[in-house]
Structure formats: C-alpha cells, structure tokens
Ligand binder design. Structure first.
Ligand SMILES: Cc1cc2nc3c(=O)[nH]c(=O)nc-3n(C[C@H](O)[C@H](O)[C@H](O)COP(=O)(O)OP(=O)(O)OC[C@H]3O[C@@H](n4cnc5c(N)ncnc54)[C@H](O)[C@@H]3O)c2cc1C
Length: 386
C-alpha cells in the first residue's frame, strides 16, 4: 500500500539509512547475537552518519529535526535491514529528550554532544524487581545532601544496560507520597554505580538487558532532571511518544516477516505446487496484508498527529496495543507457513518470532494499554467501584 506521509526528503533519507544498516549492521548481527549485545562502535558510526538524536539543537551537534517521520524511517530501516535489537531509537528519542527537555544547561552542554556522536549511549532505568507496570511502587531512594542527591537501590531489565554510559534513573524522593519520584542522570564511573548481569533472555539477543545497582551514588545537582518531586509526571508526559515509538517498531517488524514469508511460500513446494498456492496460505497472507495495511495507516496518522503536538496518551496506547497484538499474530502465522524451517535458527523468522514476544510486555503491557483506553472511554475501575 502506498503510504502518504512521506515526501522526497524522507525517501532520500531512507536510502541513506538503508545503506548504513546494510553495511554497518547486517554483517555483524549474527556475532552480536552470540555476544548478547551489539558492538558500541556501531553507535559511533551511526553518530557520524547523523542518525542519533537528530532532534538535538545544532549547538550540541544535532540537526534540529523534530519531524518524527525521520525517526520512523530509522526504526523501519533498522528492522528491515539491521536488527530489532539495535536500540538506537531508545537512545535517541526515548531517553535523549529527557536530557534535552529537562536537563540543566551544564548537563546538556556536557552530555548531549556525546549522545549525538554516539560516544555515550543512553538507557532509562525505571523497572525494579518488585515494580514494573506499577512504577509508583519503586523503592530506589534519592535523598538530598547539600546540593547533591544520594541514590540507593537497584534496577532490572534495563535495555542498553551493559553498553550504556548514562542512565535516566527514577528514584523515590518523597517517602510518603506515591508519586513523589525524581529523575536523575547516573553516569558510568560515578562511585557506587555498578552493573550486574547481562540477563539471558528468550529473544532480542543483540540487545543487552541488565541489572543496575546504586550504592550511595552521589548525583550532582546538575544531573537532576526537572523538579525532583515531579519525575513521575515528567515520565507520564513522555509516554505518548514512547508508545508511538513502540508502535512504529511493532508494525515495522511484521511488515518484514510478511515479505520474508511471501518469498518463502513462493519458493518452497509441497504436493507438486508452491506452498503459496494452497488456499490456507493465500487466505492467511491476505488476512495479514489487510491487517498490516489498516494498522500501518492508523500509526502513520498517529505520527502526523504527534508532529502537530496532538497525539493523546489514549491514541498512543491504541497504536501500541494494535501493533503489538498484530505483530504477535503475524509472527506466529509466518513461522507456521515456514513449517520446520521456521523453527530453525538459521531462518531469520525464528529470531523475529522470539524477538516479537516482548512487545506485548514492555514499554507498557497490552493489559495496561487496555486500562488506559478503557479509562478514556469512561470505564474507570476506580470511579465505577465507588
Ligand atoms: C527485554 C526487556 C527490556 C526492558 N527494558 C527496560 C528498560 O530499558 N527500562 C526499564 O525501566 N524497564 C525495562 N523493561 C521492563 C518492562 O518495562 C517491564 O517488564 C514491564 O513494564 C512489565 O512490568 P513487570 O515485568 O514488572 O510485569 P508486572 O507488572 O509484574 O506484570 C505481570 C502481568 O500482570 C499484568 N498486570 C499488571 N498490572 C495490571 C493491571 N493493573 N491490570 C491488568 N493486568 C495487569 C501485566 O500486564 C502482566 O501481564 C524491559 C523488559 C524487558 C522484558
């Protein structure tokens, strides 16, 4: 289906991102999968190519591009020609903007140029062993000491956790207030900051997902993001974009699976004809095509709303829910159409199937997305139970 949201500039940019992925990413994916992380050098190369934190102002080395479609192109080409596990967009557009929008002048001056160049890789650390969906239940604590803050606690499941050089860390600053949370930038080398294991996981093998530990880490005032008691609301403010990013990934991924499967079923034969000739295969592919086109169109519309500053949290939740649920169904059907080959590691579809499973869990699970949407249509459990 022709997509109406891109113009010539986006397509030219797409060509350059595709070339980058084909030369700097694709040849290394197999090794990165074995290593359980990518080589951080790829971030530096992406920085040189102008693909990181494109929104950043020119004074920090950025391009000052706010148009989300350029990031959407990076997401799509990373997934098509590179690998879903390369979390460049997490660095650029999910974490970087916290520093750009809430950081002190000194922090931005020092850190943003390194984020644009890829010298420093970013991550965000919210989740704890006992607090994932329920962010307000976190136990990590930050206590003011003079101008500094002293941070204690631990985080888990943190993407870019091993290769990251700076993390936006959520910690409780007001003990008796559920939403009394602050955001702090913890940097590699700060005393008391340590990494734990690179966690073994089902999919996303090129992505390092780690534990982080903070023991009396002294965070200077310049590394506090915004009001230290309003971090929860600052996080909520960014959630619409975060969920849009997820939705863009979660629709780009099955688009690639569809194409791989199309090639496979036209080539593979059984009972004297291509697998693609069976009615079941044709109908499965037809269903997938129609669903992918519909959800892609919805997400493209959300991208344009976001560019106009009109994307609501509810619409972003709808986009993430629709895309991640469709991704799961498409991956399952695509593996099925590959037969035994679909279960073999040498076929890309087997990795994609495993990689896709997390989409319904992280960055807000499907159940949480449904909660948000239900509340927006007047079905708020708390109000209805009164
Ligand atoms: C690969 C990976 C990378 C990640 N990267 C990061 C990262 O970079 N930074 C970070 O901070 N976190 C990260 N996470 C954590 C992720 O965001 C959490 O796993 C997610 O928010 C879910 O939290 P949880 O695992 O504690 O599950 P839980 O909150 O314990 O949920 C368990 C189940 O209960 C359901 N549930 C929970 N509350 C409700 C409710 N109110 N109504 C109905 N059902 C509910 C959930 O939907 C889920 O099905 C990552 C996770 C993974 C797997």
């Amino acid at each position: 289906m022709q997509r109406l949201i891109f113009d010539e500039d986006h397509e030219m940019f797409r060509d350059s991102v595709r070339r980058f992925m084909q030369t700097e990413v694709a040849p290394h994916v197999e090794q990165w999968r074995k290593d359980g992380r990518c080589d951080p050098e790829v971030f530096r190369k992406a920085g040189e190519a102008g693909l990181l934190c494109m929104w950043a102002d020119e004074q920090y080395g950025g391009l000052g591009i706010e148009d989300f479609r350029f990031e959407q192109v990076v997401i799509e080409e990373t997934i098509r020609h590179g690998d879903l596990g390369l979390f460049m967009t997490l660095h650029s557009r999910l974490v970087g903007p916290y520093i750009g929008r809430l950081g002190s002048g000194a922090l931005k001056q020092r850190l943003l140029p390194k984020c644009v160049s890829g010298e420093t890789i970013l991550g965000v650390a919210m989740t704890e062993a006992n607090a994932g969906s329920d962010l307000a239940a976190i136990r990590s604590r930050a206590v003011r000491d003079g101008d500094d803050w002293v941070l204690n606690g631990s985080k888990t499941y943190i993407s870019n956790g091993m290769i990251g050089g700076a993390f936006v860390v959520a910690a409780r600053t007001v003990p008796d207030k559920r939403h009394g949370i602050g955001l702090f930038v913890v940097e590699e080398g700060m005393e008391g900051f340590n990494r734990g294991r690179n966690l073994a996981k089902m999919g996303l093998k090129t992505q390092d997902t780690a534990e982080l530990f903070f023991e009396n880490v002294r965070v200077p005032a310049e590394n506090v993001l915004g009001d230290p008691e309003r971090g929860f609301y600052n996080l909520m403010h960014h959630l619409a974009e975060e969920r849009l990013i997820s939705a863009c990934q979660e629709i780009a991924h099955p688009q690639v699976a569809f194409d791989l499967t199309m090639d496979y079923i036209l080539e593979r034969r059984a009972f004297g004809k291509p697998i693609g000739a069976f009615q079941n295969s044709r109908f499965k592919m037809a269903e997938m095509r129609a669903s992918l086109d519909a959800v892609q169109t919805f997400i493209d519309q959300c991208v344009m709303l976001h560019n106009n500053g009109e994307l609501t949290a509810e619409l972003a939740a709808e986009a993430k829910l629709l895309a991640s649920e469709l991704e799961g169904r498409v991956m399952d059907d695509c593996v099925q159409l590959h037969g035994g080959a679909g279960y073999m590691s040498e076929y890309r579809i087997s990795h994609m199937y495993a990689d896709a499973r997390v989409s319904r869990i992280y960055a807000g699970s499907s159940e949480i997305m449904k909660e948000i949407i239900a509340r927006s249509i007047g079905l708020d459990e708390r109000k209805l139970s009164d």
